[in-house]
Design a protein around this ligand. Structure first.
Ligand SMILES: Nc1ncnc2c1ncn2[C@@H]1O[C@H](COP(=O)(O)OP(=O)(O)O)[C@@H](O)[C@H]1O
Ligand SMILES: [Mg+2]
Length: 373
């Protein structure tokens, strides 16, 4: 990784502030404070040990440093928790200080987006990718598929509604909503052809609830999408001489498949149908990228019994809303050992990671857009 050095007027102030913050908390021996230096780069802060040192640098040391700075630098900076210790090499320095630990940070606090749906949609058209916060956006081509988890009332359907609206201006959308609520109503309003809701929502017969029959219907829709995926792959193979390409070369639009309350879909279904559902989902998520088939899923918890781990691992944009604790984050962020810091933002707040996009180095706090009427 090549990093550019960062210097501005308050750079020295912040560096001496950091030194004062870690002086008593990071080391057991005060003399160890002479065994490192700190530098600021565009990407964050670099802790540079000056060898020989009398402390051991390991994952635990890095996490401790991160945890101390995380709180101390709020709100001037927002730290981004990497999934592993970030070691970078520093060229042109003497051997004793040629490497450092990167603590990724952004200046300031990312701001929540607020606007009417049409304002937010316009903004996304201008940017090309889907804005999540003022300085965070989702490039679905580079980072395919999305998954939002969180307890009831944390803002999953609300976030889905926003992304759905933006996506329906970009490509085709399919809405699968076992509650027949927000997503289904919005889809109906935007004229989406494919809305899959349980029969009781349509017929007014509230007695039946969702059962195995509904899941079969969902699987049938997903299999149509799967056929479309294979058709696109075959067209792409015939059309191109390039090795690395995708559906955009064919001049066709992406297809976004939205599923709200994914786990609820499976209640009451037989083992075979459940398995068929999970296997179809797996094929779509693993093979969909080049064909421009993207899944946007929401569920309370990404437990493996509901969502096969291969599906979870293939999803680039992961968001967890609501209360964040080690008990519930481990399903969506199994790599995360320490607690990230969460903005105290009420509804629609949580943490996010976007894999496959060099702009995002790890897990960071998120506030989902607020839709004004
Ligand atoms: N980003 C947000 N901005 C403003 N209000 C929000 C936001 N996210 C959620 N809410 C509020 O929280 C309520 C519950 O959210 P909802 O999406 O229905 O939760 P879930 O689907 O997780 O059960 C919404 O009706 C809305 O009033
Ligand atoms: Mg909901």
């Amino acid at each position: 990784m090549i990093l550019s050095s960062h210097k501005d007027s308050d750079s020295n102030d912040i560096l001496s502030y950091i030194k004062s913050v870690i002086m008593y908390t990071l080391f057991s021996d005060a003399e160890q404070n002479a065994e490192y230096t700190i530098e600021q780069m565009d990407e964050g802060f670099i802790f540079i040990p000056i060898y020989p040192i009398t402390y051991v640098i390991d994952e635990a040391f890095y996490n401790k440093l991160f945890t101390i700075l995380n709180l101390a630098l709020t709100p001037m900076y927002t730290l981004i928790r990497p999934l592993t210790m970030q070691v970078i090499t520093l060229d042109g320095k003497e051997p004793s200080r040629s490497r450092g630990l990167l603590i990724p940070a952004r200046k300031g606090k990312p701001q929540r987006l607020k606007g009417t749906l049409s304002e937010l949609v316009t903004q996304s058209k201008e940017k090309g990718d889907i804005p999540i916060m003022d300085i965070i956006s989702w490039n679905y081509v580079r980072s395919p598929h999305a998954l939002i988890t969180g307890v009831s009332g944390s803002g999953k359907s609300y976030a889905l509604k926003y992304i759905f609206k933006v996506c329906s201006n970009i490509g085709e959308t399919i809405a699968i909503d076992p509650k027949g609520s927000d997503l289904a109503r919005l889809a109906k309003q935007s004229g989406t052809k494919d809305i899959v809701i349980p029969p009781f929502v349509n017929s007014g017969d509230g007695q039946n609830g969702i059962g195995g029959k509904y899941l079969q219907e969902v699987v049938a829709v997903l299999k149509q999408v799967e056929s479309e995926m294979y058709a696109r792959q075959s067209r792409l193979y015939q059309a191109t001489n390039r090795v690395s390409t995708d559906y955009r070369e064919l001049g066709i639009k992406p297809v976004f498949v939205f599923i709200d309350e994914l786990a609820a879909l499976m209640t009451g279904a037989s083992k075979q149908v459940k398995q068929d559902f999970q296997e179809t989902l797996t094929r779509l998520v693993v093979l969909g990228r080049e064909a421009g088939i993207y899944l946007v899923l929401a569920m309370q918890s990404a437990r493996a019994e509901y969502l096969p781990t291969i599906v979870r691992d293939s999803i680039s944009l992961r968001v967890q809303l609501g209360r964040i604790n080690s008990e519930n984050t481990r399903f969506l962020f199994p790599e995360l050992s320490e607690m990230p810091m969460v903005p105290i933002g009420g509804k629609g707040s949580g943490i996010l990671s976007i894999a496959g996009d060099p702009r995002y180095a790890g897990i960071e706090p998120v506030l989902t857009p607020t839709i004004l009427d």
